[in-house]
Design a protein around this ligand. Structure first.
Ligand code: COA
Length: 199
């Protein structure tokens, strides 16, 4: 597998693994992209509660712990990221003696949507999850996020079952999705190079 080839994508965008020193940058882009995508759905109090997940301190803990995070950058600034880690969903995820891992977030700034940046990050997430020994990569997606659902379906995720995603005390209707990380096919967006070249 040549992840670097998959990440050539859009001119000027580079990719690297995040380290604890990136906690502040991830705090900013994590909060910014969540608010840009979903902020209008919640009360100020619920949003503030949820954004506690994106403080620099929480990011530093995650980066020092069992998270794997990939950063996409342009002009020295973060424009997207993907984070994987242990499964938090209540699913029977073990398959063939291998655990499942979770894609916690895949967020790209709006001006980079449709450019192949998200596909490159997803390709990395699937490859890294497989390298960490996972049989499957799981995620939850909001039912009223058709762009993300289409994106994940195109990458090979199957929608498995309903899931409630809490933002403060606000329940969102999500769907759990699973991508089988079989060794005999590309991980995730196998068409990432084509798309990156097109756009
Ligand atoms: C979700 C996300 C990562 C996808 O990356 P992207 O670069 O926008 O995805 P792409 O453009 O490669 O693919 C999106 C697909 O949805 C389609 N699409 C776009 N808007 C759509 C809509 N309103 N309804 C249905 N499909 C839509 C596009 O046509 C494309 O499908 P196609 O390749 O078959 O033409 C990115 O949009 C993002 O970061 N969004 C904000 C954060 C977010 O929602 N993250 C996921 C949380 S689970």
């Amino acid at each position: 597998m040549t992840a670097g080839v998959r990440e050539l994508g859009m001119a000027g965008v580079t990719y690297r693994d995040a380290a604890v020193a990136d906690a502040a940058a991830l705090s900013v882009i994590g909060a910014r992209t969540f608010v840009a995508t979903f902020g209008h759905l919640y009360s100020a109090a619920n949003l503030a509660t949820f954004l506690q997940n994106h403080t620099p301190e929480r990011w530093a803990e995650a980066l020092a712990g069992d998270a794997s995070v990939r950063l996409a950058e342009a002009g020295g600034a973060a424009v997207g990221y993907a984070r994987i880690g242990p499964l938090t969903f209540d699913v029977d995820a073990e398959r063939g003696g291998r655990p499942g891992l979770q894609l916690y977030q895949l967020y790209v700034d709006p001006e980079y949507h449709g450019t192949g940046v998200a596909a490159a990050l997803l390709y990395w997430a699937a490859a890294r999850a497989r390298a960490r020994g996972a049989a499957d990569l799981w995620l939850s997606v909001f039912v009223h996020n058709p762009r993300a659902r289409r994106f994940y379906a195109r990458a090979g995720f199957e929608e498995v079952k309903p899931y409630t995603f809490w933002v403060g005390d606000h329940p969102d209707d999500d769907i759990l999705c699973r991508l089988a990380l079989d060794a005999d096919r590309p991980a995730g967006n196998g068409d990432a190079p084509r798309r990156a070249a097109e756009r």
